[in-house]
Design a protein around this ligand. Structure first.
Ligand SMILES: Cc1ncc(C[n+]2csc(CCOP(=O)(O)OP(=O)(O)O)c2C)c(N)n1
Length: 451
């Protein structure tokens, strides 16, 4: 075939792919419909034998090279969490105290990041460093954590504050880390992407996209070897699914029946790139349909749907059957990192080049916390006064965490080397001797601390 012929073919192929994607988007997703509807409407995706758990119908956002700013409104979830259905029943069977804790943590996560947003935008406290806000996605973290035991593990992403709060991590230590203070969970040397709390099974946020797979696989394998029945969750974004490590990890976990729950937080946005233009399949979970493991595609703004899927995944993993793939469709309200387009006292970031303001506003109307609140009231689990008190408690804890961070001390410069290398002081001495800078670090022989 001539070079010209090959070019024409490639262009034709692109056109066909674009058209297929556009058709998919026109059908649009309607969250919360039953599997039967989903099967009837699914555009030819052949499901595995465990696919009974699909709760999102019709086409996903992927495979659409004609994606336009504003297209994310086509995937809006329903306005309310369904009060009926198996997911609602599963959630309603939890004790009231646990449901209120969930509501508290979702609020604490939202309010903590919102306060941070106001501080970053206003320039108050001179905050700096990367900060990836999770606002808008809280139902995924809370739905997942509600199904875990305290000693189960989670491996987070760069966007992980909400994961930590949902698992019961400490707001004070997290705030102090953002302020780079010595009371932070990394003693002020890590910042937003290195927040962790091993006492709660939180293996930490990290800046390597796609790192969660192997962290979770290692923890889950340890539990397999020890027979402890703990499971591990690997959170990852839609972009992270493009990492080759993803396939390698999920394939190996399937092969060896390692109890990892892969939780994809599909927020349509891969930094400033619409996920639809770089993902060839409708859903991220379509990548692994060929593996003989359960796949759940759920409304990621519905805490009940996420909870039910995770509960099944946990039972599956503890029973020795291996991994599960859960994909939650959701949306982030702010920019990828930092707060471009954000304003003090205003929810959401606007004027960003890769999405429309209308789609942001539309997704904000599907706020997962408001939906959960409405559900709690409609189910007669709690009244508005009780929930207002929970919200005030969450705000008080957030404010206390900021005060704690502000009054904490800056770390001692020596602490950096002490916490980085087992042989920190000696290595620092070698470094400073070579660099010609004054050495602020004393070795133990000189009266310094041991590493
Ligand atoms: C291995 C690696 N490649 C690239 C980056 C730069 N990077 C940081 S976040 C990000 C986008 C991740 O998108 P997604 O996985 O969809 O998560 P989201 O930000 O939407 O939550 C990229 C490419 C990185 N940190 N690590």
């Amino acid at each position: 075939m001539s070079e010209r012929g090959r070019n024409i073919d490639r262009r034709m192929l692109m056109k066909i792919m674009g058209a297929a994607g556009a058709t998919g988007a026109v059908f649009s997703a309607s969250c919360g419909r039953s599997i039967d509807t989903a099967r009837a409407e699914s555009s030819g995706i052949v499901g595995g034998k465990w696919d009974r758990n699909i709760r999102l119908a019709s086409s996903g956002p992927g495979g659409n090279r004609n994606w336009q700013r504003g297209d994310a409104v086509k995937f809006l979830p329903p306005e309310k969490i369904p009060t009926g259905g198996s997911a609602a029943s599963a959630l309603a069977s939890l004790p009231k105290s646990k449901l209120l804790t969930m509501y508290y943590r979702m609020n604490a996560s939202r309010k903590w990041e919102t306060v941070m947003k106001d501080l970053f935008v206003s320039g108050k406290d001179n905050l700096y460093g990367a900060f990836h806000p999770y606002v808008g996605e809280e139902a995924i973290a809370m739905g997942v954590m509600a199904a875990l035991n305290d000693d189960d593990y989670i491996a987070s992403t760069h966007r992980g504050h909400g994961h930590l709060v949902a698992k019961g991590g400490d707001l004070n230590q997290m705030a102090a880390e953002i302020f780079f203070k010595e009371t932070g969970c990394n003693k002020g040397y890590g910042g937003s992407m290195h927040i962790t709390d091993m006492s709660k099974g939180i293996m930490g946020m990290n800046g390597i996209v796609g790192a969660s797979y192997y962290l979770a696989a290692g923890a889950a394998m340890r539990s397999m070897v020890r027979g402890t029945k703990q499971v591990a969750v690997a959170f990852f974004g839609d972009g992270a699914a493009n990492s080759p490590y993803y396939f390698s990890a999920i394939r190996s976990c399937t092969n060896y029946k390692i109890p990892v729950i892969f939780v994809n937080e599909n927020n349509f946005q891969y930094m400033g790139v619409p996920m639809a233009t770089v993902v060839p399949t409708k859903y991220i979970s379509d990548y692994t349909r060929g593996l003989d493991i359960p796949h759940h595609v759920v409304d990621g703004n519905d805490v009940s749907a996420v909870y039910e899927a995770t509960k099944e995944a946990v039972e599956w993993g503890r029973a020795g059957k291996g991994p599960t793939m859960i994909e939650g469709i959701t949306y982030r309200w702010y920019d990828h990192a930092g707060f471009a387009g954000g304003r003090v006292g205003v929810d959401g970031a606007y004027g960003l080049p890769y999405r429309s303001d209308d789609e942001v506003r539309a997704w904000i109307t599907r706020d997962p916390i408001v939906r959960f609140k409405t559900w709690l009231v409609e189910k007669d689990i709690a009244n508005a006064t009780e929930l207002t008190k929970v919200e005030a408690d969450a705000q008080a804890a957030v404010d206390a965490s900021i005060a704690f961070a502000r009054q904490s001390k800056d770390p001692d410069p020596q602490a950096g080397v002490h916490h980085t290398h087992a042989n920190g002081p000696v290595m620092a001495t070698q470094f400073f001797n070579r660099s010609g800078f004054a050495n602020p670090v004393k070795t133990p022989a000189e009266g310094g601390r041991r590493g």
